[in-house]
Design a protein around this ligand. Structure first.
Ligand SMILES: Nc1ncnc2c1ncn2[C@@H]1O[C@H](COP(=O)(O)OP(=O)(O)O)[C@@H](O)[C@H]1O
Ligand SMILES: [Mg+2]
Length: 260
């Protein structure tokens, strides 16, 4: 059974159909990339899958159960966590506190207990901190745990975001452009983190512009164009698809013209 199934999914923004009758499936334990030109609908698709938007039509099944229209926090409890295309880091909090936030968003949170520092809550905090430290180690930021997040370089912040999403203990992790704006070294570090996460059995759904990274690590690639499925398959299948080549060459020509 597929872990995620999307069936005839559409969403309209006024007159614009950003996702258009899209159907696809994601197998558990794979790295599944979604690529396509700017404006193709990749982030919108993430927003639909994670419950931020409600589709105009179609449905979403998670582990075989319909979850269409469920809000993000309930989807997170079912194991769906994500990062955002724009950094969502609290700069004045330490790195480890930013990760702990990812846990608290999903754990049973007894606010009064926190305020009164009840023993059970103190113990929960201790566990949460220890688990968050492990995640920081996993993304290579163990040494920076107590640094204010705002002092970390950009590539480290992108990894910090991944650690925070992992704190929700996802079965499926959605990453929206985790290497955007990163240099070659930072991109490699993120690449390694993604492979480690996938190696632990977490399904990774990746939106990324860096084609080298995508082609290297994806088990399956879905190509979107104008909200529709242009192609899907392995990296090799997608690379050789004439429609994909045409869409990408078209975009590159436009970008070249814009920079001329
Ligand atoms: N909240 C929104 N309201 C109106 N239009 C939107 C909204 N979100 C996205 N769009 C439009 O939907 C299309 C797809 O956008 P997006 O999903 O951000 O593309 P991508 O992530 O592939 O670059 C674009 O034309 C964009 O302008
Ligand atoms: Mg986007």
């Amino acid at each position: 059974m597929s872990q995620l199934a999307v069936e005839h999914l559409s969403i309209d923004f006024g007159g614009l159909r950003a996702i258009d009758k899209l159907s696809f499936e994601i197998a558990p334990g794979t790295i599944h990339s979604i690529i396509g030109p700017n404006g193709a609908g990749k982030t919108t698709l993430f927003n639909l899958i994670t419950g931020i938007y409600t589709p105009s039509e179609g449905c979403i099944l998670l582990d075989g159960e319909e979850v269409t229209g469920l809000p993000p926090h309930l989807l997170a409890r079912r194991g769906m966590c994500r990062t955002f295309q724009n950094l969502q880091i609290f700069e004045r909090m330490s790195a480890v506190e930013n990760v702990m936030l990812g846990r608290h968003l999903h754990e049973s949170k007894n606010l009064l207990g926190h305020l009164l520092r009840l023993p059970g809550v103190v113990e929960e905090n201790r566990r949460s901190r220890a688990k968050s430290m492990e995640l920081l180690e996993l993304v290579g930021l163990g040494e920076q745990a107590d640094a204010p997040a705002g002092a970390l370089p950009y590539g480290a912040l992108k990894r910090l975001e991944i650690a925070r999403a992992l704190a929700g203990q996802p079965k499926m992790l959605l990453l929206d452009e985790p290497a955007a704006g990163c240099n070659a070294v930072e991109t490699q570090e993120i690449d390694a983190v993604i492979q480690t996460v996938a190696g632990q059995g977490v399904t990774v759904v990746l939106v990324e512009h860096d084609m080298h990274l995508v082609m290297n690590i994806s088990n399956h690639i879905l190509v979107l164009d104008y909200g529709r499925k242009l192609a899907e398959g392995t990296a090799e299948e997608v690379r050789q698809n004439p429609e994909v080549i045409a869409a990408y060459l078209g975009q590159q020509a436009e970008e070249a013209a814009a920079h001329a």
